[in-house]
Design a binder for this molecule. Structure first.
Ligand code: C2E
Ligand code: CA
Ligand code: CA
Length: 727
C-alpha cells in the first residue's frame, strides 16, 4: 500500500515537472513535454485506480483495465521522443536508418534472449494478453531507440535532458520485461524490484523535465564536430546483444568466441570513428586557418571575437581588437614579386605572434591586413600592442637583404559602458584608428576615440601612381623604410641658401632646403627621396620637421640679434589644409618670431580646381603676415593666371630660364616680361640658379630685385649663417 502511494506521488511529481517543462519550452519541445505530461497523467490515474482495486483486493489478471492506461503512457513516450528536435549534423539519412535498425534489432534480440522468449512460450494462441504485452514491448523499444538516436544527434542544450530520458526509458523497458516474465511465469518472483524500477524511471522523467528548464551553456558557434557519445553510443546495443545474447543461449566454445568477435568488431568500429573524427577535426582546423601564415583566418577570428564579447558581458574582462596594416606593402608586392612578398607576410606573422600571450588570437584577414584579439585588462592589451609596434623596429631579412617594414596599428577596446557593441563595430573602430595611424605617420599605435572618423582621406595620404617609377625595387623599399625611420627619429637636416638683394649685394633672406644625411649613401638631396615622400604620405611629417628646425634656428639667430627672412618649401597639396595659417601663426608666436620672417614657397603645380580653396588659405596666411612665393615660376602651365588670381608676395623665376638668360634671347624676353609684370603687380621677383657674374649683372640691369644661386652662395649649415650674414 505504502509502495503504491509512493509510486503515485512520484507519478504526480513527474507530471507536474513535465507540465512546467512544457510551459517554459517552445515549439516542438513544448509539444513533446505536453504529450509526455499527458502520458504521465494517464499513469497517475492508473495508479489511483490500482490503489482502489487493491483495497477491494480484486484478483490480479492480465491485462487489467489499468494496463491500457499504462499503455497510453508508453504510446506518449514514443510520440514525445519522436517530436524531440534533433539537430541536423549532416549525417546521412541512410546511416541514421541503419543506426535505428541496428538499435531496434539488437534491443529486441537482447530482450528476447533475456526474458521474452519465456514470456511468449507461456502464451497459448493469440489473445489480448499477448497483444498487450507485445504493444508494451514495441512501445518501449521504439521510444528507447528514438531517444538514443535523438541523443546522438542532439543539440548540446538537450544533451543532459536526453541522457536522463534514455535512462528513464531504459529502466522502463527492463522493468516491463521483468514484469511480463513475472506475469507469465507465476514462479518468477520479482518482489519489489518492479516497483523500484518504475520509481527510478519516474524520478528520471522528473529530472529530465527539471533539467530542460535550466538555461543551457551558450553554444560555441563554430566547432560543429559530432560529440564523443555519437561515436560509441550506436554500438552499445550491438555490444550488449552480441555479448549477453550468445552468453545466454549458446554453449561450448561459441559462447565465448562469438562475444569476443562482437567486442573486437565494436572496438574496431569505434577506432575508425575516432580516426574519422580526427580527420574531420583537422579539416575543420584547416578551414579556420590562413594557409600562408598559419594564423587564424577571418572566420575563426570573428568566431572568437563574438565569443569573447559574449563572455565579456558576464565577466569583467575587456576585449581589445588591434588592427595592423603594413605600410607600402603594395610597393613590396609590385617591385619584389609575390613570392618575396609572401615571405615578408610569413615573417611579419611570426613577429606579431612572438609578441602576444597564449590565448590571444592573431589573424590575417587577407593581403597585409592583420588583426588581433586580446582579452584581459585593457592596459595589458595596450602593452602587447606597443610591443608589436616596437618589434617592427628591427628590419626583416629576406634573401640576405634587410628591409624595414612599418606597420600602422590601431586599437579599439570594448568597454562595459557599451554592452550592446557588435563585434563588427569593434573591428571597424580598430580599423579607423589604424587609418588614423597611417595618416599621422608619427607614432605607431593609435587608440580609437569617438572623434576619429573616416572622412576624407588626408591629403598626405594620396598616392600618385603616375609617380611610381621604380628603378630598383629592393633599393626603393629599403630606402623607404630607412626614410620613415629618419622621419620618426628626426634624422633629417635643413641647410640654408642665401638670397641676395642685387642692388646692394646684401643677404636679405635664406631658403631652407632639406637634406638627409644617410649613413651609407652620404648626404642625400631632396631629388633622390622627394618622390618617396610624396608617394607614401610623408609630406606632412617632413614639413613639420622642417618647420620645427627652421623656427628653432631662427629663434637662435634672433637671440644673437639676427633676423633673416627664411623661406620654406611647401608641398602644394598641404595648402588645402584650412588649419595651416593658424597653426603656423601659433608656432611662430611660440618661438617669439615675427610672421613676416616666414615665406612659404609653393610650386605652381596646383590643381586648377582647387584654386578657390587654396586662395582662401593664401589670403589667410597673408593676413597673418606670412609671405607667399610662387616657386619655379615659368616651368609649369597657366603661370600668368596664377599671377593674376593668387594673392602672392614673391615670384621665383625658374632656374632654367635664368641659366640661359644671357645667351637665349627668347628666355631673356620672358624674364624681362615677368620682371615688368611683377613690378606692376607689386610682387618681388627672385631669380634662382644664378651661377655666374654675367647672369648677376644682367639681372641687376633688368631690374630684378633678388638673386639666389651658387654664384652668391651654396646652401650652408645653420651654424654658419651668422658668420655669412655678418660678412
Ligand atoms: P627649389 O625650391 O627650386 O630649391 C632650389 C634648388 O636649387 C636647391 O636644390 C638648391 O640647392 C638648388 N640650387 C641653388 N642654387 C643653385 C645653382 O646655382 N645652380 C643649380 N643648378 N642649383 C642650385 P635642392 O636643395 O636639391 O632642392 C631641390 C628641390 O627640393 C627644391 O627646389 C625644392 O623644390 C625641394 N625641397 C627642398 N627642400 C624642401 C623642403 O624642405 N620641403 C619641400 N617641400 N621641398 C623641398
Ligand atoms: Ca624653393
Ligand atoms: Ca625653385
Amino acid at each position: 500500500m505504502a509502495k503504491n502511494l509512493t509510486l503515485l506521488a512520484l507519478a504526480v511529481f513527474a507530471l507536474i515537472c513535465a507540465l512546467a517543462a512544457a510551459r517554459s519550452a517552445l515549439g516542438l519541445r513544448r509539444t513533446a513535454w505536453g504529450i509526455l505530461a499527458f502520458g504521465l497523467a494517464a499513469w497517475a490515474v492508473a495508479d489511483v485506480i490500482r490503489i482502489g482495486q487493491v483495497r477491494l483486493s480484486e484478483p490480479e489478471r492480465f491485462p487489467r483495465p489499468v494496463d491500457y492506461l499504462y499503455l497510453a503512457f508508453s504510446a506518449s513516450t514514443v510520440l514525445a521522443m519522436a517530436l524531440f528536435p534533433a539537430k541536423r549534423t549532416g549525417q546521412r539519412r541512410l546511416r541514421f536508418a541503419l543506426d535505428a535498425t541496428t538499435t531496434v534489432l539488437c534491443l529486441s534480440l537482447l530482450l528476447w534472449v533475456t526474458a521474452l522468449h519465456r514470456v511468449y512460450d507461456s502464451f497459448v494462441g493469440l489473445n489480448t494478453a499477448v497483444v498487450v504485452t507485445m504493444l508494451f514491448q514495441i512501445g518501449d523499444l521504439v521510444a528507447l531507440t528514438i531517444a538514443l538516436l535523438a541523443l546522438v544527434r542532439a543539440d548540446v542544450r538537450d544533451r543532459r535532458v536526453l541522457w536522463l530520458l534514455v535512462a528513464a526509458l531504459g529502466l522502463l523497458t527492463v522493468t516491463h520485461n521483468a514484469y511480463a516474465l513475472h506475469v507469465a511465469e507465476a514462479g518468477y518472483q520479482i518482489g519489489s524490484m518492479a516497483d523500484i524500477g518504475f520509481a527510478a524511471a519516474l524520478i528520471a522523467f522528473a529530472g529530465a523535465a527539471i533539467l530542460s528548464r535550466r538555461p543551457a551553456p551558450p553554444p560555441r558557434p563554430a566547432a560543429a564536430l559530432p560529440l564523443d557519445s555519437s561515436l560509441w553510443l550506436p554500438y552499445v546495443p550491438l555490444l550488449l546483444a552480441g555479448t549477453v545474447g550468445p552468453a545466454l543461449i549458446m554453449s561450448g566454445l561459441e559462447r565465448v568466441l562469438v562475444p569476443l568477435v562482437v567486442v573486437a568488431v565494436c572496438l574496431r568500429q569505434v577506432l575508425t570513428a575516432r580516426e574519422n573524427r580526427r580527420l574531420l577535426a583537422a579539416a575543420a582546423e584547416q578551414a579556420l586557418r590562413d594557409p600562408l601564415t598559419g594564423l587564424a583566418n577571418r572566420t575563426l577570428f570573428f568566431d572568437r571575437l563574438a565569443h569573447a564579447m559574449m563572455l565579456d558581458r558576464h565577466d569583467d574582462r575587456s576585449v581589445t581588437v588591434v588592427s595592423l596594416d603594413l605600410d607600402d606593402f603594395k610597393l613590396v608586392n609590385d617591385s619584389l614579386g609575390h613570392p618575396t612578398a609572401d615571405t615578408v607576410l610569413v615573417l611579419v606573422g611570426k613577429r606579431i605572434s612572438a609578441c602576444v600571450r597564449t590565448g590571444d588570437t592573431v589573424a590575417r584577414l587577407g593581403g597585409d591586413e592583420f588583426i588581433l584579439l586580446l582579452e584581459g585588462p585593457a592596459d595589458h592589451a595596450h602593452m602587447v600592442a606597443e610591443r608589436i609596434v616596437a618589434a617592427f623596429a628591427e628590419p626583416f631579412v629576406i634573401d640576405g637583404e634587410s628591409m624595414l617594414m612599418r606597420p600602422s596599428v590601431g586599437m579599439a577596446v570594448a568597454s562595459s559602458a557599451e554592452p550592446e557593441l557588435a563585434p563588427e563595430t569593434l573591428v571597424n573602430r580598430a580599423d579607423i584608428a589604424m587609418y588614423a595611424a597611417k595618416r599621422s605617420r608619427l607614432t605607431g599605435l593609435h587608440t580609437f576615440s569617438s572623434e576619429m572618423t573616416l572622412l576624407e582621406p588626408d591629403v598626405a595620404y594620396q598616392v600618385d601612381s603616375a609617380d611610381r617609377q621604380l628603378s630598383d625595387g629592393v633599393a626603393q623599399v629599403r630606402l623607404l623604410g630607412e626614410l620613415r625611420r629618419a622621419v620618426d627619429e628626426r634624422g633629417l637636416d635643413v641647410v640654408y641658401q642665401p638670397k641676395l638683394e642685387l642692388s646692394t649685394n646684401r643677404i636679405v633672406g635664406l631658403e631652407a632646403l632639406l637634406r638627409w644625411p644617410h649613413p651609407q649613401l652620404g648626404e642625400l638631396r631632396p631629388d633622390s627621396f622627394m618622390a618617396l615622400v610624396r608617394q607614401h604620405g610623408l609630406m606632412r611629417p617632413v614639413t613639420e620637421l622642417v618647420l620645427e628646425r627652421v623656427f628653432d634656428d631662427a629663434a637662435r639667430w634672433a637671440s644673437s640679434g639676427l633676423h633673416p627672412r627664411v623661406a620654406v618649401n611647401l608641398f602644394a597639396p598641404l595648402l588645402r589644409d584650412e588649419r595651416l595659417p593658424d597653426a603656423l601663426r601659433d608656432a611662430l608666436d611660440e618661438h617669439g618670431l615675427a610672421p613676416e620672417m616666414l615665406t612659404l614657397e609653393v610650386t605652381e603645380d596646383l590643381a586648377l580646381d582647387e584654386v578657390s580653396r587654396v586662395t582662401a588659405v593664401l589670403h589667410r596666411l597673408r593676413r597673418h603676415g606670412i609671405r607667399v612665393a610662387i616657386d619655379d615660376f615659368g616651368s609649369g602651365y597657366s603661370a600668368l593666371s596664377y599671377l593674376r588670381d593668387l594673392p602672392i608676395d614673391e615670384v621665383k623665376l625658374d632656374r632654367h630660364f635664368i641659366k640661359s638668360v644671357t645667351r637665349d634671347a627668347r628666355a631673356a624676353a620672358v624674364v624681362r616680361a615677368v620682371i615688368d609684370l611683377a613690378r606692376d603687380l607689386d610682387i618681388s621677383v627672385v631669380a634662382e640658379g644664378v651661377e655666374g657674374a654675367e647672369t648677376a649683372v644682367w639681372l641687376r640691369e633688368h631690374g630684378c630685385d633678388i638673386g639666389q644661386g651658387y654664384y652668391f652662395g651654396r646652401p650652408a649649415a645653420a651654424s654658419e649663417i651668422p658668420q655669412l650674414i655678418g660678412r
